[in-house]
Design a protein around this ligand. Structure first.
Ligand code: ASP
Ligand code: MG
Length: 440
């Protein structure tokens, strides 16, 4: 069994949805197809939730009406025959009626999650209606019946495995299953989600739960590229990555894949392919356990980083100092990305600033604390990249004109990370494209 996930742009227009239907019915291998919401929908639902949270029902109503109109037009193009049109209309009626009911009741966070779930519910139901019209047999598996997270918001693979297994057992003889990405139930049984971009994570969790042969993530770009195509002119798709390399790239800024989606695939050793719906024959990127190739494969950048420097003479010849510092970050559940130390100071970076004030307060007694906002981590990833001859020479030469705030080298064999001021991000990526890949 394979798992195929299609993102928002792959289903965002009726003709794109038609193309997905053709793609998934090209052969009869058993498969589970995971869909995102139509592009723009989740953003719109977030805005509706915000309006309601602010008590602005009028604005929320306008936003709901606008979205509804979009879906009505979408359906006209999606299906042509009378019976499927009626079915598509009933789907849109149902979900927009729900949103309009929410307008009337008092808003809370659980309701907000219900609102956010409407996008994937709509896309999968409408897609199933189209498949029926196209004569492609398929079964809709409601993600809310099997996908779950525990009280720490961690997915429960063993439970997912049992529930999904039971659902599939009831559908013997069927080959094509459609389900929602992103949405799940939480420990209280309420509708919840796997956070923005979480459909990739859904696909990977489903792949892990059913021990799939392969997880395919279909987007609108032909795999993970060596650099950010929005910043540099020339990039190329990276053919192969190891799970560790892909995890570094996804975490450090490559937008194509949700970073959390790597570990379930890695844990159960299931290959992940990144493919392009616009160019289905393109090789894309394959991510497997095997490290492979030499030298730098790709660079990625992650913005919005804060660097924190704690300087203290108490650190000199002391032990236990770092533990005490790290415990503060642990207490406030704030992950640290990069760290460098000298004998009297430690610099580290975080990207989640929710608890920053509390963290700073507790760091105060340890010494002088300095902050740098708006930093960018640029990560240079490849197999044995840290052991690649003259890599540092090339790197420093390429970045001659850029002030480097931190460098992390040797933490892993396949990654070198540097921290630069956010204003240098684009220049850094451009210089690395030239210096490391010989591209403009
Ligand atoms: N629809 C959700 C989002 O836009 C999940 C996803 O597309 O992966 O974040
Ligand atoms: Mg995505």
């Amino acid at each position: 069994m394979k798992v195929l996930k299609f993102g928002g742009t792959s289903v965002g227009k009726p003709e794109r949805m038609h193309a997905v239907a053709r793609l998934i019915s090209a052969d009869s291998d058993p498969r589970i197809v995971v869909l995102s919401a139509l592009s723009g929908t989740t953003n719109a639902l977030v805005e509706i939730g915000q309006s309601l949270a602010e008590g602005n029902k009028e604005q929320a109503k306008q936003q709901i009406d606008k979205l509804e109109k979009h879906y009505r037009t979408f359906c006209e193009e999606l299906v042509k025959q009378e019976a499927p049109r009626a079915k598509a209309k009933a789907v849109v009626d149902e979900h927009f009626e729900f949103l309009n009911i929410i307008l009337k009741i008092s808003f809370n966070e659980a309701l907000n999650k219900d609102i956010l779930a409407q996008g994937e519910l709509l896309s999968t139901k409408l897609f199933t209606v189209y498949l029926e019209e196209a004569g492609i047999p398929a079964v809709l598996l409601p993600a809310l019946d099997f996908m779950s997270i525990d009280e720490f918001e961690e997915p429960e693979i063993p439970k997912i495995k049992i529930k999904l297994g039971n659902l599939l057992d009831k559908q013997k003889g069927q080959h094509l299953f459609i389900t929602q990405g992103y949405i799940c139930r939480n420990a209280k049984g309420e509708v919840d989600n796997l956070k923005r971009g979480g459909s990739d994570y859904s696909a990977s969790l489903i792949g892990a739960a059913i021990q799939a042969d392969e997880i395919q993530i279909w987007t609108d770009i032909d795999g993970m590229h060596n650099n950010d195509p929005r910043v540099v002119k020339k990039t190329f798709p990276v053919e192969q990555l190891s799970f560790d390399e892909a995890a570094e790239l996804a975490y450090f800024g490559a937008k194509i894949l949700h970073p959390a989606s790597i570990w379930p695939a890695q844990h159960f050793n299931i290959p992940v392919k990144l493919l392009n719906t616009m160019q289905p024959e393109a090789k894309g990127t394959i991510i497997t356990e095997l490290p492979n190739g030499d030298g730098v494969k790709a660079v990625a950048a992650k913005d919005g980083i804060i660097a924190i420097k704690i300087k203290s003479s108490r650190m000199l010849l002391a032990y236990g100092f770092l533990r005490k510092i790290f415990e503060i970050f642990e207490k406030y559940r704030t992950p640290i990305d990069m760290i460098t130390t000298s004998e009297v100071a430690v610099s580290l970076t975080i990207d989640n600033q929710q608890q920053l004030d509390l963290i700073l307060k507790e760091l105060q007694p340890f010494g002088t604390v300095e902050l740098d906002h708006h930093q960018t981590i640029v990560s240079i990833v490849g197999n044995e990249v840290a052991a690649t001859p003259s890599i540092l020479h090339k790197l420093f030469e390429a970045l001659n004109e850029v002030p480097l705030r931190m460098i992390s080298y040797g933490g892993s064999r396949h990654n070198i990370s540097i921290l630069v001021g956010g204003q240098y991000k684009e220049r850094t990526l451009q210089l690395l494209n030239k210096g490391l890949f010989n591209l403009g």
